[in-house]
Design a protein around this ligand. Structure first.
Ligand SMILES: Cc1ncc(COP(=O)(O)O)c(C=O)c1O
Length: 382
């Protein structure tokens, strides 16, 4: 039976501006990788403060393209967290390299850090994929220093972190590559979509090629008479973004700062309401920089039965979720000999106790109050 949520887990902000943008693209009769996509890429670069943005069909595609540009081989290891969506590690495996999981920093900071990375570094480590969990910036100055001292490449999985900043610098502009997601539930949505960002001209050129079959000219170039023939120079993919998606991206980008600020206020409200609940921890209380406030995770008390808490919330119309089940515990990773990893102490504790509460910019104060009330009631009764 379908649930009627009183408070859904997320709700995308879509309105007349998006409808108008989609209509304009349909009227133009040019539906894929044209001027609207180029415009979205330029405006995104300006927003992030990076030299290049390459629009793709998802963040998974962005991660795959970014890692392909690093020329990984089967002997190479790539460090990443296990407390993330499976796509982070899958993209490493698509390139035939081995994902090596680093633990998150602590029960209060759910990101990998230079010290947890150092514990799993080997001479075979070729790259690190950091994830700015929930939009909260990883400690990039320390991670960059470590990586640069060892000649290791950095890819930022910034799926949660569009608009997040550290020391005034956007997340996704620190490493060799930034990878963004524009999936329906993200802070900026194009339905499906993603972006690869980089400051390096050579890497941008390679990413652009890989996104579209490594063809040396695009359909639009040929239509505009700029090219009549093409070569294929690498093993590429069809990871192109459609013009309809890009048109949504332009509208959503213009509203992003305002919506991230709404998210920040809601998170502040959540934090003050939840601070009185005994045994419950809210992570990232002293996080540096400005988060993207993508999700609202809490760490349930050790004694709490999470399934029962989620059922209780559901019975009162509140949708909740889990971010994340650690990747090393999944069947596909166990069967590939990549898990479970006994040394991921914090990752596994968090994986068992995390609960993600609803968060979206149009959420009202009363709705936050209601979620907290129902949660408190659930924790008292269990
Ligand atoms: C941390 C992280 N990385 C990557 C992805 C994959 O994004 P996409 O669905 O755009 O491929 C997600 C999706 O939610 C994510 O949470």
């Amino acid at each position: 039976m379908e649930c009627e949520w009183r408070i859904p887990f997320f709700e995308p902000d879509l309105g007349q501006a998006e409808i108008d943008a989609l209509t304009a693209v349909i009227k133009s009769k040019w539906l894929t990788m044209g001027d609207v996509t180029s415009d979205f890429e330029s405006q995104f670069s300006e927003f992030i403060g990076c030299r290049h943005s390459v629009a793709v069909s998802s963040c998974t595609a962005a991660l795959h393209v970014a890692l392909r540009c690093l020329d990984l081989s089967a002997d190479d290891e790539v460090i990443c967290p296990a407390l993330t969506f499976v796509a982070t590690a899958n993209a490493i495996r698509y390139c035939r390299a081995k994902p090596v999981f680093a633990d998150v920093d602590s029960l209060g900071v759910w990101n990998i850090s230079s010290s947890t990375i150092e514990r799993v570094l080997t001479p075979r480590t070729k790259a690190i994929v950091v994830v700015h969990y929930g939009g909260y910036p990883c400690d990039m100055p320390a991670i960059m220093e470590l990586a640069q001292s060892k000649g290791i490449r950095i890819v930022e999985d910034a799926a949660h972190a569009v608009g997040a900043r550290l020391q005034g610098r956007a997340m996704g502009s620190w490493g060799d590559f930034g990878c963004f997601s524009f999936f329906s539930n993200k802070n900026l949505t194009t339905g499906e979509g993603g972006m690869v960002t980089t400051n390096r001209d050579d890497l941008a050129e390679r990413a652009r090629l890989l996104r579209s079959h490594a063809m040396t000219s695009a359909t639009l170039d040929r239509y505009k008479g700029h090219a009549s023939d093409y070569d294929v120079v690498d093993l590429g993919y069809n990871y192109r973004m459609g013009e309809l998606n890009a048109s949504l991206g332009l509208v959503q980008l213009a509203a992003l700062n305002k919506r991230n600020e709404q998210r920040r206020k809601l998170v502040e409200l959540y934090r003050s309401r939840l601070s009185t609940m005994s045994g419950l921890t809210v992570p990232f209380t002293c996080s540096a920089g400005e988060s993207g406030y993508h999700i609202m995770p809490v760490l349930l008390p050790e004694r709490a039965d999470r399934a029962k808490v989620m059922d209780h919330l559901k019975a009162h119309g509140v949708q909740s979720s889990i971010h994340f089940r650690p990747i090393d515990t999944f069947t596909a990773y166990r069967e590939a000999g990549l898990g479970p990893c006994a040394d991921l102490i914090y990752t596994h504790q968090i994986g068992e106790r995390v609960l993600t509460l609803p968060l979206y910019p149009s959420m009202r104060t009363e709705q936050v109050d209601y979620v907290c009330e129902i949660l408190q009631y659930a924790l008292r009764g269990l």
